[in-house]
Design a protein around this ligand. Sequence first.
Ligand SMILES: [Zn+2]
Length: 178
Amino acid sequence: MSGDAMELTIFDELADANTAYVRDGGHHMVPVRPSRRLAVLTCMDSRIDVFAVLGLELGEAHVIRNAGARVTDDALRSLALSTHLLDTRSLALIAHTNCGVFDPEGTIDDRLAATMGRAPASRDWHTFTDPRQALRDDAERLLAWPDRPDGFALAAYLFDVETGALEEVVAPQTAPAV
Ligand SMILES: [Zn+2]
């Protein structure tokens, strides 16, 4: 199978899986507002099954994902809509061990350039050198987020990709009122 054919085959597999999902009653309608008023911000890493890890069901939480689970402007864009328009109030921030955004040597630009054969156009990778410190920094940013709703609460965890266990890094707390 050529590279192109292999890259396209995945879409057939996805379409077949969706047909089976609908046929087997995998989907059911739920209200748009997350019933547990929860948002989760975590990494895009393929080893984190967010709903299974946290015991969540369809319709219970928003899940915002990016490389590194960083509190970027775009994560805050999603969180503003989640909290103010769809009534979530608690945020679980979940980084993980063995993350690709962990870059203690500061080599990510060089590694990308080596793979791409040129310098990448995008430059802000939101890398970190210490995952627990990154969680503490991001939690601090969230607690001081000017658009936070009243009663906004958060906790931050480090997910172990080998055991599936969460380590609490920032204890559950409520942000000061705006
Ligand atoms: Zn990651």
